[in-house]
Design a protein around this ligand. Sequence first.
Ligand code: ZN
Length: 287
Amino acid sequence: MPELPEVETLRRDLDPEIVGREILKGWISENAPRLVQGMPPQVFLDSLARRRFTGTSRRGKYLVLELDDGTAFILHLRMTGQLLLVDPQSVVDPYARARFWLDDGRELRFRDVRKFGTMWHVADRELVLHRLGLEPLSDEFTTAALYAALARRAAPVKAVLLDQHVIAGLGNIYVDEALHLARVHPLAPARDLSRRQAGAIREGAVRVLEQALSNRGSSFRDYVDSRGRPGSNVQHLRVYKRTGEPCLSCGREIVRTLAGGRSTHYCPGCQRRPRRRATRRVAGAGV
Ligand SMILES: [Zn+2]
């Protein structure tokens, strides 16, 4: 699933290509009933026709394409969504769910195998984005802000970091990577973490996101950029999907577990399981 670095790579590539371009017309597949949110697909297409792109931005995993009337065309790729900028002669496969023809002859095509992707056309982008949490590559993502957010939650830190209302943009890959760098066990209750640990998680998250951005994202199966090219960050991952391989820091085998219902990878040497206060053994008990 594309996370912040993948969506940001897409945005940075698309920006110089589409800003200034006009949408001539669009098409939505009848086989994608949940793609357009908030209005019927034909109303969506009519409202986007003849609009010109004036800028791009991103919030968490949401891509925001700004339009010349002040409205926003917002996309979320979810599991398998791809936003491709293609030439008119490019072959249309059965997974094309939406197509937008631009005034330079090219086409912005949304391709999505699993059909979880969503799009909106809104006058007020906050209607879609207002509940999102801290933006990890912004000034608001401070140790104090993260520590305060973690302190309110009893759930495992892994689950809390995946919650887009707490931090926007992290998913399964980068949470596992950030926790490994921070040497924090994924099942540690969020509210039991110290300020120092919160600071280490913040630093780890920023580092893994910046590294992934510089490698143009992590591609396992589905993520490709707007020209269909995969990112190269997978070879730089330290724990994610490295079950049974040696930890790059200590040599112990990376293990896989479940946290918050999600597949979770960590090093049992670097990321010690926290002692549970309620079950602490009494020294000297027994015969
Ligand atoms: Zn280790």
